[in-house]
Design a protein around this ligand. Structure first.
Ligand SMILES: Cc1cc2nc3c(=O)[nH]c(=O)nc-3n(C[C@H](O)[C@H](O)[C@H](O)COP(=O)(O)OP(=O)(O)OC[C@H]3O[C@@H](n4cnc5c(N)ncnc54)[C@H](O)[C@@H]3O)c2cc1C
Ligand SMILES: *[C@@H]1O[C@H](CO)[C@@H](O)[C@H](O)[C@H]1NC(C)=O
Ligand SMILES: *[C@@H]1O[C@H](CO)[C@@H](O)[C@H](O)[C@H]1NC(C)=O
Ligand SMILES: *[C@@H]1O[C@H](CO)[C@@H](O)[C@H](O)[C@H]1NC(C)=O
Length: 512
């Protein structure tokens, strides 16, 4: 076991920025208490104001950079987080939020206006314990940091497919990885288990090492419940050996669509026969409805196969193609590069589609419907605005892997069908577009709510298919946990560890 030292920092008073926030008196008092307990680790507009302003900008969606917390706490260890939680327990009206990477675009999940924001900026990276073959992974920072730290030891863990993505939120909400057909969701189990321990600050301020031996129910809940069970300060994760991988993305014009969609349909059903292969299939829709297909490819080995569902894609002519043999860290970094350039208000919304063998046209139907919905918005006045639908195959094998060692909160099991997780993304520049900007993806999902049962009927399939939502890709107003088969069990468990509603009432995020 390694322990993190918990040094005291020296407070520096830097220039103040004009405060526009109006926190309650109780919030101001809570911030003052936390500042006394953790000197140098609390930022307010008046105290370390430049760093405060800097921290408020560290969100992917620009909409979240406008949210001003009363104070920001930067813990450096679990004890610091426990101190904050104990303080919050003394001030029951104070709102707060926990932020790791800040990639969740939903307002109020990892951001809080006039409340206490706990950021994991100073708790980042990973270390490898070769004797135990586990990585100790901290929640702050991005996957680029974690993968880089582990790579010299020849190991990795299931994590984000674009290196820029944050770690903490990704791991508590589930996590689809390029390695998922081999090891399950990132939060999930494999032959041993991916995450085997969660160092967690519980609602009562205790630091508990949650694991499947001591707390099997909480351990299961930790795999996909989000932020409702505690604040995770360290994940202990079983590692996966990794060498050079083959991957990168290719960009296609519309003339290749028929071939691409046919390859996608085959991959959804049969791709996991070679579990080392993974794809993300993205349709971008830009101004005027201009469409581009982008496919991210990954193969866990230096050379891709020459036949089979993955190889099918590789014969389709592309406009531009980046895949090559490289280090895993290089691939993830390159995959995330274009995202660094995005500087927009963002929306996510998800849907879980069943694989319907007799309906290969369904992907094109969905994309065409989304073009129809979004084109009136994607005018020349919004030149940087862009929408996309990602098709992310979720092969049934993931359920088998998951169930074999305790299961996850999402309730994936061995009897699962093949499915596709949709990630419907949108971006725009202006706050005045927020209402309509968010509504477009919602319209698409409402259309799917009607269409999918009809498609199942037409195909002679039962409507009674288990299609839980994937939390990491969801909009804040989607009832993700209600789509889980064990919703009632986890709701009761959540209440038992958080009887006063610290996480369920006073912080944002998906709830039970
Ligand atoms: C460019 C991009 C690529 C993506 N790629 C993938 C992908 O490949 N696979 C995938 O599954 N998802 C992907 N996602 C979705 C991503 O997993 C979510 O956005 C996730 O929330 C990001 O984690 P984060 O640490 O940045 O979360 P944050 O925005 O910091 O937080 C999200 C939620 O988790 C809670 N939380 C954060 N840290 C902790 C903690 N330590 N303890 C308890 N609760 C916590 C927060 O309170 C909040 O409710 C991607 C997102 C983006 C923007
Ligand atoms: C702002 O944050 C960035 C990124 O973490 C850091 O490099 C920079 O030094 C910070 N600036 C200030 C003024 O704190
Ligand atoms: C589970 O946690 C307990 C208590 O912290 C610890 O004693 C035990 O070794 C852990 N088990 C595993 C398998 O990590
Ligand atoms: C705090 O809550 C956890 C989880 O419910 C529990 O295991 C622990 O015993 C509690 N600690 C105290 C001091 O009550």
């Amino acid at each position: 076991m390694q322990s993190f030292v918990c040094p005291l920092l020296v407070a520096l008073l830097l220039g103040a920025r004009s405060a526009k926030a109006v926190p309650t008196q109780e919030t101001t008092q809570a911030c003052a208490d936390i500042t006394d307990a953790l000197p140098g680790k609390v930022l307010t507009p008046a105290l370390l104001g430049l760093e405060y302003a800097n921290e408020t900008q560290k969100y992917w969606s620009t909409a979240l950079r406008e949210v001003d917390p009363a104070c920001i706490v930067r813990p450096v260890c679990a004890e610091d987080v426990a101190t904050v939680v104990k303080s919050l327990n003394k001030y029951p009206t104070v709102q707060f939020a926990v932020k790791s990477g800040g990639h969740d675009p939903n307002v109020g999940h990892a951001s809080v206006q006039d409340g206490v924001l706990i950021v994991m900026t100073d708790l980042a990276g990973a270390t490898y314990d070769a004797a135990e073959e586990v990585a100790h992974v901290k929640p702050g920072g991005e996957w680029n940091d974690v993968i880089r730290d582990l790579e010299p030891s020849g190991v990795t863990i299931a994590g984000g497919r674009l290196g820029v993505v944050g770690v903490g939120g990704y791991l508590v909400q589930g996590g689809i990885s390029f390695l998922s057909a081999q090891v399950g969701l990132a939060a999930d189990t494999n032959k041993k288990q991916n995450i085997i321990g969660w160092e967690t600050v519980m609602a009562n301020g205790s630091i508990v090492n949650v694991n499947a031996t001591t707390q099997p129910d909480i351990a299961q809940a930790m795999r996909g419940s989000g932020s409702q069970f505690g604040i995770v300060t360290k994940y202990t994760v079983q590692t996966h050996a990794i060498g050079d991988v083959w991957g990168g993305f290719c960009i296609y014009d519309a003339s290749q669509e028929d071939k691409l969609y046919a390859a996608l349909h085959t991959f959804v059903a049969d791709g996991a026969q070679d579990p080392k292969a993974a794809i993300i299939f993205t349709n971008l829709i830009a101004t005027g409805g201009a469409k581009t297909d982008v496919v991210y490819y990954f193969y866990d080995g230096p050379t891709p196969p020459t036949s089979g569902p993955f190889a099918n894609f590789l014969t389709i002519p592309a406009l531009q193609c980046l895949p090559r043999t490289q280090k895993y860290s290089e691939l993830l970094r390159a995959n995330g590069e274009p995202i660094h350039l995005s500087n927009a208000r963002q929306s996510f919304r998800t849907y879980t589609l069943p694989y319907i063998a007799t309906r290969p046209q369904l992907y094109a139907e969905i994309r065409d419907k989304f073009i129809q919905i979004s084109v009136p918005f994607l005018t020349a006045e919004r030149p940087t605005s862009q929408y996309s639908v990602d098709f992310q195959p979720l092969p049934s094998v993931i359920g088998r892997i998951s169930q074999s060692k305790g299961g996850n909160a999402m309730g994936l099991t061995v009897s699962d069908p093949d499915r596709v997780i949709l990630e419907v993304q949108g971006s725009w520049a202006l706050a005045s577009d927020d209402t309509v900007g968010h509504s477009l993806s919602k319209q698409l999902i409402e259309w799917l709510d009607v269409q999918v049962p009809l498609w199942l009927d037409e195909a002679g399939l039962s409507r009674d298919v288990y299609l839980p939502f994937f939390m990491n890709d969801a909009a804040g107003d989607q009832e993700v946990t209600k789509s889980y088969r064990d919703y009632e069990k986890f709701k009761a468990l959540q209440k038992s560890v958080d009887p006063n509603g610290l996480f369920s009432v006073r912080a944002g995020g998906f709830k039970y």
